[in-house]
Design a protein around this ligand. Structure first.
Ligand SMILES: [Zn+2]
Length: 64
């Protein structure tokens, strides 16, 4: 499952390693992924939207 993140937080992109800054007006340009391992929450990964696509959308299509 993937979600768009709230404005004001920041993390490093899991694909390119660059800082991802989350701004409300750019909310469609970044992706946050809740990663589950064996059905249990494991971690959160952040991507720039283009990086997520470049990575092959490993956790499915983003949803609001
Ligand atoms: Zn990136």
């Amino acid at each position: 499952m993937t979600r768009l993140i709230e404005a004001g937080s920041a993390a490093d992109c899991a694909h390119c390693g660059e800082r991802v800054k989350f701004r409300a007006r750019e909310r469609h340009r970044q992706v946050i992924c809740n990663v589950y391992v064996d059905g249990r929450w494991d971690r959160v990964e952040h991507y720039h939207e283009p990086c997520y696509a470049a990575a092959g959308s490993p956790y499915g299509d983003p949803v609001d």
